[in-house]
Structures are given as structure tokens and as C-alpha cells.
Design a protein around this ligand. Structure first.
Ligand SMILES: [Zn+2]
Length: 275
């Protein structure tokens, strides 16, 4: 079960499977946006609720602030919606940038969230074995079809030891010397083959930082404009993983426009924050 809460005042949405950790994130956000209702004037600390006539004054700063946060949340708790999915934000078709450190629990949390929504899963990755192992171990059952596009030298060797003999998997080997247009055409071909099949297509694009460092931000930007349209044409949910520390902040703001949604993934929450 995934919950969603959307701020009524700021462009801020949070999703999470755990209500308590959601509550903490929401409280921090509300508190940040309610500083004008808090006063530190001597001899104490005080707050006045912007929504009702509750107020508090005391010497104990930590406790008073905690009460303020808890109280602000009381007004919002009714707006925490259950049974949500991040992809609903884009009507289950479009492109999502997922920011999280490489190999972080947050990134894996996002992967499972999106992959679980897929009937046809397309993985564009340098780590086919790790991705397939995750599918096997974390999802209750294999997708109807999994297509792996990888630059791994010997993908068969990489996934040796994984028993996938009965699993519908297609592996497409990409050349390491591949240019962006060839990569784009290869992806097109996969989408042509499977784009009309029954079921939701979910794409993990796991080589964004490699592409940025190899080809530069402008060519990457153009490539993404074409690619994101391609995925939209087949109503795919496509998510692009990116370690925000691996690229310039200016690069992120440049490519941000090509995505329908951008989220930061932590171990417990997904936060969309476009302020
Ligand atoms: Zn109140």
C-alpha cells in the first residue's frame, strides 16, 4: 500500500509505504512553510495555528516546536490518500526522472515501485544480472516479458547462475561504441516489436549518467527529447535513474524539462518538489 500527500500550498508531493515516515516528512514540510506563525521572542517560544485558534507558548523550545508540527499535521492527516502510485501523477504514461545515489536503498525502493507496475519490463542497463536478480527476488512473479538491453560484454556470462530458463526474457546486446542515434534506433525496434502488446510497459533507463558523461549534456538533451516521445507513443511508464551528485546541477535543470515528473527517492519516500 502506498500513500500520497500533496501540499495545498506548495508544489510538493510525497509518496510512501509507511505512514509514520510519511508523517515525519509531511511535518517537516509543513513546519518549513509555517515559520511566520512561530515566534522566538523573549521570554519564550510561541506559535499560533494558521488554520484554527490553537496556540501555545512555553520556555521549552523543542517540545513546543514538536507540538506545532504535530498540530499542523492534524489538519493534513485527512488528505493523506491511500492506494496510490507515483505513475498516476502522469496518468500511467510518460517519463519520470528518479534522483537517488547509485546503489542506494532509495533507488531500489523506486525500482520496485515502478517495476511492479509493469507487464512488459524493458531494462536498459549495464548491470543485467543485478536487475534480473532483483526482479526475481522482490517481485511476486516475473513480468509477462522482460527485455534487457545492455552493453555488458558477455551478458549471458553475467546472468549465469540465475535460473531463468522458464522465464520469458529477451536480451539485446548493445555495442559499447554505440552512438546515440544507434542506441535510439535499437530502442525503437524493441518498442516496435512489443509496443502493441497487451499490458503496461515499464522502462528502466539506467544509463543516463553514463550517456551524459560520454556524449555531453546538449546531445543527451536532444536524445532525451526523442526518447521520451518514443516511450510516450507506446504509453510506457519510463523512469530514468540518476545520481544527482554524479552530474552538474545545471545539467539536471537542463534535462529536467524533458521529463513529466522528477522525484527524489529515499528508502521510505518519493518526493516531487519543483519549487
Ligand atoms: Zn490548528
Amino acid at each position: 500500500m502506498v500513500y500520497r500527500w500533496r501540499s495545498r500550498e506548495a508544489n510538493y508531493t510525497v509518496w510512501g509505504a509507511n505512514r509514520d515516515s510519511m508523517a515525519e516528512v509531511i511535518k517537516s514540510h509543513l513546519f518549513e512553510h509555517s515559520q511566520q506563525y512561530l515566534s522566538h521572542e523573549d521570554p519564550g517560544v510561541s506559535w499560533e495555528c494558521p488554520y484554527c485558534d490553537r496556540s501555545e507558548i512555553s520556555y521549552d523550545e523543542d517540545k513546543t516546536i514538536q507540538h506545532f508540527k504535530d498540530h499542523l499535521f492534524e489538519h493534513e492527516e485527512q488528505f493523506v490518500q491511500s492506494g496510490s502510485h507515483v505513475a498516476e501523477e502522469i496518468d500511467r504514461s510518460g517519463n519520470i526522472l528518479v534522483k537517488a545515489p547509485k546503489n542506494s536503498p532509495g533507488l531500489n525502493n523506486a525500482r520496485m515501485h515502478f517495476l511492479a507496475a509493469g507487464d512488459i519490463v524493458i531494462l536498459i542497463t549495464t548491470n543485467p544480472a543485478a536487475r534480473l536478480r532483483m526482479l526475481r527476488e522482490e517481485l511476486g512473479s516475473w513480468p509477462a516479458l522482460t527485455v534487457v538491453l545492455t552493453t555488458k560484454d558477455d551478458p549471458a556470462e553475467d546472468i549465469k547462475g540465475l535460473d531463468i530458463s522458464d522465464v520469458p526474457i529477451e536480451i539485446v546486446k548493445l555495442s559499447k561504441k554505440l552512438g546515440l542515434s544507434t542506441l535510439g534506433k535499437t530502442i525503437s525496434r524493441v518498442l516496435e516489436d512489443h509496443g502493441n502488446s497487451e499490458g503496461q510497459i515499464v522502462v528502466e533507463f539506467d544509463i543516463l549518467s553514463e550517456i551524459i558523461s560520454k556524449f555531453g549534456e546538449k546531445p543527451t538533451f536532444k536524445f532525451l527529447q526523442i526518447l521520451t516521445n518514443q516511450f510516450k507513443t507506446v504509453d510506457a511508464i519510463a523512469y530514468y535513474t540518476l545520481d544527482p551528485d554524479s552530474v552538474d546541477p545545471s545539467t539536471i535543470s537542463l534535462i529536467n524539462d524533458t521529463f513529466d515528473l522528477s522525484i527524489t527517492a529515499t528508502e521510505t519516500n518519493f518526493i516531487s518538489d519543483t519549487e
